[in-house]
Design a protein around this ligand. Structure first.
Ligand code: FAD
Length: 520
């Protein structure tokens, strides 16, 4: 609503040029019944005529206003400057439009959207003034209410600690609040709201598409972003549709609606971090137990492996002696002793095999490799610090789920990281660096690389190190040589591959590739 807004310079003449032969009575009737308050005044604004709408708007009957000045409607709150502008335009024989505060007969006030115009005679002289006004109080109130509501909504939207973004159906950003922009700056490469929307869509494609297509609300969908050196971020995402009536005049009789999407993100990182910390404590105990059991399994397998050789020799020697003795075999005391030794050896092997702690079958569930790596790094932090090892952890921002046995995979990662720590701590290198990264390779596998700055593995041993009981460590070290064999076994259980990148120098780079589920 504008005050004093000029209207086109259409000066009023005394009579219409093309009245199609209508008698003046027709025009008088038209003015009398017009829905707008119309008055005609002399040059001092004394009212000569007022129509019905004038009476209904002001509360004064026609008889009560004839002869009165238009100033009778003035409430005294309209600034002088407005009247001066009105009269200045009339003095120039030009119309004026603006808004005044008028007082009705019952003293109530209303906003009058007024147009005044001079009526000119055939010589171009002003002979009357024409006033037309309508009560726009309701419209003004409505406009103010809309504006105030908008201000309030904007204040809530802008000061909300929750990140909020409104999108249109093409997922274009219509508006976003400062928390959303801040989050975009923290989570995306270019820091733009659009980039964060793409990232959200990558993680929540199904619910967002359902929201776009049929307005299906969703709530509390959790997503997490791994940020390498910094703590990971967990967000709870809610989505709802906002239906808005089409405002255009061309669809007045065929109203349609537009759908917008409101996405709200609550940062629940602190809560999740606390939960993770307590889970890590439990995990620490579990892994220590598993480590012990693995050690026992390795020891038993090592003992079986060592005993198997002599038992095989005794068996072979027994069979040779049997063949040589022929019919006399049954009474030969040496053969009897050898048979006894063989049976005792077999029994010992059987007993050892039966004593190997059984590994409980673990169900395969969707696993986030980034999370497992993070857990292992957290568990090994003390050890890394003690050895002065600098860790560079570069996780893929988004990693698909791998269907796997969680604790088996965690064990595998722990073993590779422990190997790297041990390799660096036993060699005389000044810079101890552990570099771990994940990424999606060929849209099929999750690739994990664990690189250390230790002495490395000679190329000719790159395959051999995965064989059971093979170790590059000196014999006096308590090396059982079963670690990488176990790593290979676990990776194979998950239909993946593990190898040493022989082109990586200096140091050793272990590469594990695990296929991920399409649903991830
Ligand atoms: P006033 O003493 O009447 O005038 C205030 C200022 O207006 C003066 O300082 C002066 O500069 C200027 N002025 C007044 N009369 C003239 C004049 N004859 N020639 C040149 N300048 C002049 N006012 C409303 O409040 N509500 C209305 O709905 C309304 N409708 C009007 C319709 C028409 C057709 C016309 C011509 C005027 C209308 N007015 C209306 C204006 C009204 O005439 C008064 O000017 C205004 O109400 C202020 O009144 P006032 O008693 O406060 O001051």
């Amino acid at each position: 609503m504008t005050q004093g807004k000029p209207i086109p310079d259409t000066e009023m003449s005394t009579a219409p040029d093309s009245d199609a032969g209508l008698v003046p009575e027709v025009f008088q009737q038209a003015v009398e019944h017009a829905p707008m308050a119309i008055s005609i005044t002399d040059l001092k604004a004394n009212i000569l005529y007022a129509n019905r709408a004038f009476s209904s708007t002001t509360g004064y009957s026609s008889a009560q206003v004839i002869g009165q000045n238009e100033s009778m409607l003035s409430n005294g709150t309209t600034p002088r400057l407005v009247y001066q502008a009105l009269w200045s335009r009339l003095a120039q024989k030009k119309p004026w439009s603006g808004v005044l505060v008028n007082r009705r007969r019952d003293s109530s006030l209303y906003l009058a959207e007024l147009t005044v115009a001079p009526v000119l005679d055939e010589h171009g002289q002003t002979i009357y003034y024409l006033g037309m006004h309508r009560d726009t109080s309701d419209l003004h109130e409505l406009e103010q209410r809309v504006s105030n509501q908008r201000l309030m909504i904007e204040a809530v939207f802008n000061s909300s600690p929750a990140a909020m973004v409104v999108l249109d159906c093409q997922r274009r950003v219509v508006m976003s609040n400062p928390s959303f922009c801040q989050l975009a700056g923290e989570l995306t490469a270019d820091g733009s709201a659009e980039c964060l929307v793409t990232l959200l869509h990558d993680n929540l494609a199904a619910p967002i598409e359902a929201l776009v297509s049929h307005g299906a609300t969703f709530s509390g969908k959790e997503i997490s972003f791994d940020l390498g050196g910094r703590s990971p971020r967990w967000l709870a995402c809610h989505g709802m549709a906002i239906h808005i009536e089409d405002e255009r005049a061309d669809v007045f009789f065929t109203p349609g609606e537009e759908r917008y999407l409101l996405l709200t993100l609550n940062d629940i990182s602190e809560l999740r971090q606390k939960q993770q910390d307590s889970q890590l404590h439990a995990l620490k105990a579990l892994m220590a137990e598993e480590e012990l059991l693995d050690g026992m399994r390795e020891t038993f397998n090592g003992a079986i492996h060592r005993l198997q050789g002599p038992v095989n020799l005794i068996n072979a020697a027994t069979r040779m002696l049997e063949r040589r003795l022929g019919d006399k075999a049954e009474n030969d005391p040496v053969l009897a002793a050898m048979r006894e030794a063989s049976a005792a050896g077999m029994e010992a092997l059987e007993n050892l095999g039966g004593s190997i702690p059984v590994r409980l079958a673990e169900a395969k569930l969707p696993v986030n490799i980034n999370q497992l790596i993070r857990e292992v790094i957290t568990l090994r932090t003390d050890c890394l610090l003690a050895q002065g090892i600098v860790i560079d952890w570069q996780p893929a921002l988004r990693l698909p789920w791998v269907m796997g046995a969680e604790s088996r995979l965690r064990n595998m990662i722990k073993h590779l990281i422990d190997n790297a720590i041990e390799a660096m701590s036993t060699s005389q290198i000044s810079l101890r660096e552990l570099f771990i990264s994940t990424r999606v390779e060929n849209r099929q596998v999750v690739r994990m690389e664990i690189s250390d700055s230790g002495p490395g593995v000679p190329g000719e041993l790159a395959l051999k190190v995965f064989q059971p009981f093979f170790s590059t460590k000196p014999p006096h070290k308590a090396a059982r040589g079963m670690g990488l064999a176990m790593v290979q076994e676990i990776v194979a259980e998950h239909a993946g591959t593990v190898h040493i990148d022989t082109g990586y120098h200096p140091g050793c780079r272990m590469v594990v590739e695990l296929p991920f589920s399409a649903a991830g």
